[in-house]
Write a protein that binds this ligand. Structure first.
Ligand code: SAJ
Length: 411
């Protein structure tokens, strides 16, 4: 049985570990967070993701998945740790490097190291350099008789909220630092993935991932730009897009309060920072999407103009519908800025969390309440996330309120 070590038990690493264990592999999950390790060893989830809980409970109970903080020896390592950017939008590879440093002492030769974290072009070769720099007795090719370690890049492509289905059905791009590494990695993903497994080199695979998320960012920026133009012209942008999309070759995405999450708001910068002269459209899309929260705050400011002590309901904090993930969420940024409007009291309703995040917890004029209470008490309602609870709301509750619907769900 293949021993697989998955490093990083987050939104990608834990589901991947779980489906590998379900497929029969002997899996150890490694995480720096004691909270994540303990939750997994109890068979519980440290975060919300539909359909994952049952699988984790099952594979932990059967002994095929266990979690720990130290990196063990394994035949295959899968690195799924965060790759944020630094203040200047340069990628921060410190978590990837720390994972590589943990793997290096365990190796004996013949192992496969797969990087899944979204990374700038060249990162997989950098992982090989870090590991082989620490282990000069090992090599990345067969040349001189030293034992060989294999390196591959295989980006995850799953959509938060649909991870368990998409892990199995999505096709995957597998980039080897060598052709043999790509073939070995294909055998690992073939354990659970029913989609196409397409092999290429590591640099192409890294760029494919960045391209996919930049494609989505540019297309959302187009929708967001249309929303600004439509407001100026007094046009309903959602009707505009619905009608334009009736054309057989037009497929515009949805405008919103901005683009959040740890992927689309981050990854395009990995291209821009490495190719600033060439990546002009990708940079502009990032800027358009990043400016959208400010425009929403301005609409709230106009809506409360003349009110001495406005009560504002902020509905939703997550970066998108029906998840509990607040990372890079434009809704958090907007709520924080709205709370700074003179005299404002902000009632936050987020059905998927039980405590306000640090960015809001200190503000005395912000409280987390049930959404029906927020709506009942508010003068102005700003809808920030299209959670199912808000979509299903009895519209008569909104009567007499000033409404800023950034997702177009109450049209
Ligand atoms: N958004 C809009 N309008 C839209 C679609 C999305 O404003 O029409 C906003 C969302 O509200 C959210 C942000 O964009 O704030 C990102 O949401 P998303 O659903 O587009 O994407 P993520 O970040 O949840 O997942 C993306 C996916 N990539 C693509 O669809 C190309 C997913 O497949 C990737 O695996 C994931 O990034 C990742 O981990 O890279």
């Amino acid at each position: 049985m293949t021993a697989i070590c998955v490093i990083g038990l987050g939104y990608i690493g834990l589901p991947t570990a779980a489906v590998l264990a379900r497929a029969g592999a002997d899996v150890v999950g490694v995480d720096v967070s004691a909270r994540h390790v303990d939750a997994v060893n109890r068979g519980e989830l440290p975060f919300v993701e539909p359909d994952l809980g049952e699988v984790v409970t099952d594979v932990v109970a059967s002994g095929r998945l266990r979690a720990q903080r130290e990196t063990p020896h394994a035949d295959v390592y899968i690195v799924a740790v965060p790759t944020p950017f630094k203040g200047d939008h340069e990628p921060d590879l410190s978590y990837v490097e720390a994972a590589a440093e943990g793997i290096a002492p365990q190796l004996v030769g013949g192992e496969l190291v797969i990087l899944e974290s979204t990374s700038p072009v060249g990162a997989t070769e950098h992982v090989a350099d870090v590991i082989l720099g620490a282990r000069p007795d090992l090599s990345r090719d067969d040349g001189d008789g030293r034992p060989v370690v294999h390196f591959a890049y295989c980006p995850e492509r799953v959509l938060p909220g649909r991870v368990m289905a998409e892990l199995v059905t999505n096709s995957r791009i597998i980039g080897g630092v060598s052709p043999q590494a790509a073939q070995m990695a294909r055998d690992v993903y073939a354990l659970f993935c029913k989609g196409d497994l397409r092999l290429t080199d590591a640099r192409t695979a890294e760029m494919v991932k960045l391209t996919e998320n930049s494609f989505r960012d540019v297309n959302i920026a187009f929708a967001n730009e249309l929303s600004l133009i439509s407001e100026k012209f007094g046009i309903d942008v959602w009707e505009l897009i619905e009608l334009a999309n009736l054309h057989p070759r037009v497929n515009i995405l949805q405008p919103g309060p901005g683009v959040g999450g740890h992927c689309i708001a981050v990854d395009p910068w990995f291209i821009v920072s490495a190719a600033p002269q060439e990546a002009r459209l990708i940079r502009t899309a990032r800027e358009v999407n990043d400016s959208k929260p400010l425009q929403v705050v301005e609409r709230v400011r106009q809506a409360v103009a003349g009110m001495a002590a406005p009560t504002i309901a902020a509905l939703g904090l997550a970066f998108k519908a029906d998840i509990d993930d607040l990372r890079q969420s434009p809704a958090v940024e907007i709520t924080r800025d709205v709370a700074r409007l003179p005299g404002a009291r902000v009632l936050v309703a987020e059905p998927n969390i039980s405590a306000l995040p640090a960015a809001l917890a200190d503000a005395a004029n912000v409280e987390l309440v049930d959404f029906s209470e927020a709506i009942a008490r508010a003068d102005v309602i700003v809808l920030l996330v299209d959670h199912r609870q808000f979509k299903a709301l009895d519209r008569s509750l909104l009567a007499g309120k000033r409404i800023i619907d950034t997702r177009g769900i109450w049209r």
